[in-house]
Design a protein. Structure first.
Length: 220
């Protein structure tokens, strides 16, 4: 049985891609909804449209054809800015992640001690993922597929976390290796809380829990 799992996963992925690329049946609207952007802004407009499609339909059901239809443009127009569906989806997720990183930085700025910043950054991230439809699409499916979880503690994800939490790193005085390990540990804590939310805690209870367990584990 185990030997068939990768084949089933591959088949499911191929089916999702085919479904995502099917032409929507309804008639397209006027190009760009009658508000044609400047070339420099067209890519951003397509990213906004793709984010709306992901939020409404999910990642598997969002393809080039759907984004083109929603934007009221042809598929070649979308391909002018994104070489394929993977690049389009990845760009949407990167944009959402960058916005989250900026929001985290702004949120933790008012806290003085590093331990408080760590706790509040973790709580803010969990809340943002659950409330933001695009971010939720990234993390929620991963709960049920260990294969997808691999990417969240890879060097690129850890580096992204370091950017989001740069203020914490600066305030602790961690060196390069310490900062990398700390960011990996925080990512693993966030993944664990998303994947296994039981026992359910209120935000204040979770804040106390993180203060007792996460903060000492980071040596703060």
């Amino acid at each position: 049985m185990r030997g068939g799992a990768p084949n089933r996963r591959q088949a499911r992925s191929e089916n999702m891609t085919r479904n995502a690329e099917r032409e929507p049946r309804s008639k397209p609207r006027e190009a760009w909804d009658g508000d044609r952007p400047e070339p420099a802004a067209a890519r951003e407009r397509l990213l906004e449209v793709a984010a709306l499609c992901i939020a409404r339909n999910g990642i598997p059901a969002t393809g080039i054809a759907h984004v083109a239809h929603e934007a009221g443009v042809s598929r070649p127009t979308v391909y002018r800015y994104f070489k394929d569906r993977e690049e389009l989806i990845r760009s949407v997720l990167l944009q959402a992640g960058l916005r989250l990183a900026n929001d985290i930085q702004e949120h933790i700025r008012v806290y003085d001690d590093p331990g408080g910043k760590v706790v509040e950054a973790t709580l803010f991230t969990l809340r943002a993922i659950r409330e933001n439809a695009v971010l939720r699409e990234v993390w929620q499916p991963a709960i049920f597929d260990a294969y997808l979880l691999q990417g969240f503690t890879q060097p690129a994800s850890i580096m992204f976390t370091r950017v989001a939490l740069s203020e914490i790193i600066e305030s602790t005085g961690w060196d390069e290796d310490e900062a990398t390990e700390a960011m990996e540990f925080m990512l693993r804590m966030i993944l664990s809380l998303l994947a296994a939310p039981e026992p359910v805690r209120s935000e204040n209870e979770l804040r106390d829990f993180l203060g007792r367990r996460l903060v000492p584990a980071l040596g703060l």
